[in-house]
Unconditional design. Sequence first.
Lengths: 435, 147
Amino acid sequence: MKIWSDKEKMSRDELRKLQFKRLKKTLNHVYENVPYYHEKFKAAGVKPVDIRTLEDMRLLPLTTKEDLRKNYPFGLFAMPKNKIVRYHASSGTTGKPTVVGYTKHDMKVWREVIARIATMGGVTADDTAQITFGFGLFTGAFGLQQGLEKIGAGVIPMSAGNTQKQIMIMQDFQSTVLIGTPSYALHLAEAAQEMGIDPKEELFLKYGLFGGEGSTEEMRAKLNEAWGITATENYGMSELIGPGVSGECLAFKGMHINEDHFIAEIIDPETLEVLPEGAVGELVITPITKEGLPLIRYRTKDITRLDTTPCDCGRTSARMAKITGRTDDMLIIGGVNVFPSQIEGVLLGIKGIGSNYQIRVLKKGYLDRIEIDVEVVNQDLLVSVTLLDQLYKEIQTKLHTILGIHAGIHLVEPKSLVRSEGKAKRVIDLRSEDL
Amino acid sequence: MLISQLSVFIENKKGHLAKITGVLKDAQVDIRAISVFDSAEFGILRIVVDKPEAGAEALKKAGHVVKQSYVLAVDPSDKVGSLHDVFALLSENDVNIEYVYSFVMPNNQGSPLIILKADDQEKAIALLSASDFNLIPKEAVYNVQKG
């Protein structure tokens, strides 16, 4: 199997030297160009010159999503706006998203790391890749598109949804690679069968590159079986670059981190201490080749562990295990990240809703769904069914426009929500029970 | 002439109507007229009862959202076209009917009456009072003589 870059085969010693060099450059860059980081470093009593080895990294303060929110929209950018050639964003509370920006150099890095993970997953210049991530502010679709084109693969930018057309194009264009969330891929396979098309016999897929949400080995087995493909998983997040932080090779021993671009640490989410290799904890990533938005020690809130033992594929990079959970209460609904507090923020901003609602997260087939029960407490809504209908539609529309999620809304009678010790339980995650 | 009506939010689920009628039964409140306006998942139950205050109180106490509002009760007389005449009269005078449902009072020789909610209730009362149609006073609706 091909390895895209020699950088993926560097000795660990060489790699660490390169990492340190790039880290120093990045630290100087943010210290000089991002006032917020300058102050943050000062408050922590550390300067870039104090970092003399890679291990000294632990002296640096951590960055969280909250730092990005506080600096909305461009406060953490380390380059002037006229050097930014691309913006992306993820959903935020009350409509304020987390914004990321890329310089020309950053776009080059992004294409490179995607080219690597696509190659790891088996994709070559001979392939035709169908992208089912949504093209828009989210990073998934655009990230994969550019990296795949760099390899020389053909890209079909289908975007999300429109299931029947996806199948038709897949058949007519003879797509060989499917790209999207694992849950949507499983949904597509079922849809194909319902259309009377046998995915294994009548379609041409060979590989699937999945990301945007976590998946399990059981899901991989289902994907491989349903499509007759070899499915791999990849990892990333918009704050770091988008997809491209890491990806699985065909040895399936974890996701290879592009370590010459990203330094990975595992910390104890409580004490914030760095944990030794192999320990399970929260993944912290420092991009070391980015210009536009170089975050220092970004807390991903994803739980995993690292492994640097040699891999059968020949790559020397550290591998991260599948994400086994979150250190916060973030939900991933069809690839869209959303916090219960964001849903609450939207609900509380709508007149006529009591503070009593319940968010239920469940699986419908293979797709994650959010169902929200809202207690009707305002008697003035009882003038007509139209008013109730309007409320219902307002909730649905606001959740979609602000958070990008489709939710099932149920208006329920007061006091009908499940309560524990008198208080309504706000979020019930039922997804694991169905798998 | 205005008659008190209770509107109650109700989910379209098995047993939910019975929950409400159960509350009224326990409070010794008698239902005179009843109708449900619904969509796929939820609806508004509208009822006229003999003791509106007691009925509303009992339902609120049981945790329901209750809105008390006012409607008209009209006796269109039981002959072909009479209901049309009521609606035409209001429509010609630019009064919009928001909803209507019918009920029967035992001492009215079994002829059907209608509960009517107009956008301009005062104007509706004036128009109907000046016509041949009987507006039923609230006392007559609340205090039905049985048998």
